[in-house]
Design a protein around this ligand. Structure first.
Ligand code: GAP
Length: 511
């Protein structure tokens, strides 16, 4: 994995991600996807859509509007409770999320514990028992107690909406501004994360529209429409991919925390009482989805929520080890009947399911899986991007930057390269091969620069296969296929290329 700065600059240099409105010095926490970025992002969405919707008989998709009736957000609790606690440092004038300051304090102590554990592991070798060490070493016990106390108090204050308590906690823990080292803090205030605008030209609360902060509500309000028109029985799911908007207080980690982002969410409607079984089922199924793409098990972990959102009775994050540490990549939430019941109450319309087995009407419970497409993108790029030493054409060693994406999601599946660009017959043959392959997959034709440099360019964007047209091609209609990871080349007939490469990049292999 490269360091975070290099990943960001690589994303720009190779047309994956640009800062939004860059010519005006950019817009904070808003990003645009370039030509390679949009291909990769579309492939990630396709992988999710195929595995969540098309591979399940009882999950269907929708595409709801971003704008929704303002009452939606009252019922969902977002108007009253979708807040983050913000605090400013009076000296540096920097703004922070109070909860993240406390979590940062805990992370620093955890890092010290980890250092001690690593040292002990080295000292004791194979006989080292981490669990035993953590529960018996005096210094670690003391440090862990500090973490537990801070996190418990944080949870209590957040739950009670106690902003004064949060401020006191920051002071008691002697947390300093990461930028200036100052401990001169303002009061902690609640800040609603929804962006608002208005309908037509009439101002006022009634006409206030919100840009949706989650896609889920478009699914809840359509629950009965979908159930009736598809004649689904419980359990069944509704899935959606779409934009969501949050006025994040602190958005400093590239596409990890954006103000405009995309979610891939699935709400699974179930019989009340079955939620824990279903919740565990989706927890494991979603973890397997990541692993099938090739994410190593040690880069993923579950993290149970300490502070449950207003709608949940159980919640877990799938965390991924980003270049800045383990962070939330996806959430699995047991949302009870909170949303459907609230919408039923505020709209006065029944949102119930008639269960033919028990002969009764009830409001279904919901387990949701929710993943940010942009975070998944960042996870994949940061995992795949590597610097390695390889033999070059004349047998010497050289370094290359290679993006080892799973071929099924790579932006370009195959590059077609004539050995020389100044030989008309080679260029013509390469263009013919390109035209043949184009209907089957995303192809890039490249004739500029020496062949070695062209291979490196394709490595840097993750192209799994390069087809080279050389003088033998003109004699016997064969080409070489170069494998991005093994660097091995083999000759095949032009007529077989689409089938050979097609099979290797086929998403079916990971579904
Ligand atoms: N419907 C539930 C929900 O929205 P969430 O945990 O707030 O739950 C789900 O968000 C996922 O959306 C997160 O796991 C993350 O991947 C993504 N996400 C949330 N806020 C984001 C942001 N500001 N920028 C990018 N992705 C974000």
């Amino acid at each position: 994995m490269l360091d975070f700065k290099n990943i960001i600059s690589h994303c720009k240099e190779y047309g994956f991600i640009y800062q939004s409105s860059e010519i005006y010095d950019g817009l904070a926490a808003v990003y645009d996807y370039g030509p390679n970025g949009v291909e990769l992002k579309n492939n990630i969405k396709q992988y999710w859509w195929k595995s969540m919707v098309q591979m399940h008989d009882n999950i269907v998709g929708i595409d709801a509007a971003i704008f929704m009736h303002p009452k939606t957000w009252k019922a969902s609790g977002h108007v009253d409770a979708f807040n983050d606690p913000l605090v400013d440092n009076k000296d540096s004038k920097k703004r922070y999320r109070a909860d993240q300051l406390v979590e940062g304090y805990a992370e620093k102590i955890e890092a010290k514990i980890k250092k001690d554990v690593d040292k002990a592991r080295k000292r004791f070798g194979d006989s080292f028992d981490e669990e035993q060490f953590r529960t018996t070493n005096g210094r670690i016990i003391e440090r862990q107690a500090k973490i537990d106390e801070a996190i418990t108090l944080l949870g209590t204050h957040l739950k009670n909406g106690d902003m004064a308590g949060l401020k006191q906690l920051i002071e008691d823990l002697e947390i300093a501004c990461p930028d200036s080292g100052s401990r001169n803090w303002t009061e902690v205030r609640q800040f609603n994360l929804m962006f608002s605008t208005q309908l037509g030209n009439i101002a006022g609360e009634e006409e206030k529209l919100y840009l949706r902060p989650e896609t889920a509500q478009g699914i809840f309000v359509n629950f009965l429409n979908v159930q009736k028109t598809t004649r689904q029985k419980l359990p069944f799911g509704i899935a959606q991919i779409g934009k969501a908007f949050r006025n994040e207080i602190v958005a400093r980690q590239f596409i990890f925390r954006m103000r405009e982002f995309e979610q891939m969410e699935m709400q699974y409607f179930i019989k009340p009482g079955t939620e824990m079984e279903v919740y565990n089922h989706w927890k494991n199924k979603r973890l397997d989805w990541h692993k099938a793409l090739g994410v190593p098990a040690e880069s993923l972990r579950f993290h149970d929520h300490d502070n449950l959102a207003h709608y949940a009775n159980a919640a877990v994050d799938i965390e991924f080890e980003f270049p800045f540490g383990f962070r939330e990549l996806e959430g699995i939430h047991s949302r009870t009947d909170f949303d459907l019941s609230s919408h039923q109450e505020l709209s006065g319309k029944k949102l119930q399911f008639f269960d033919p087995e028990s002969n009764e009407n009830y409001v279904p419970y919901v387990v949701e899986t929710s993943i940010g497409c942009d975070r998944m993108f960042l996870a994949q790029v940061s995992l795949a991007l590597q610097e390695e030493t390889v033999p070059d054409a004349d047998g010497k060693e050289s370094t290359r930057i290679v993006m080892k994406l799973n071929p099924a999601i790579a932006p370009v599946k195959c590059a077609v390269l004539p050995l020389l660009k100044n030989r008309e017959e080679l260029v013509k043959a390469a263009q013919d091969v390109t035209a043949k392959l184009k209907p089957h997959m995303n192809i890039q034709y490249d004739e500029k620069d020496a062949i070695g440099r062209r291979y490196r360019r394709q490595d840097a964007i993750g192209t799994p296969y390069c087809v080279t047209i050389d003088f033998d091609t003109l004699e016997d209609n064969t080409v070489t296929i170069r494998d991005r990871d093994s660097l091995k080349q083999h000759r095949v007939k032009i007529d077989d290329v689409a089938k050979i490469v097609g099979e290797k990049v086929d998403m079916a292999s990971i579904l």
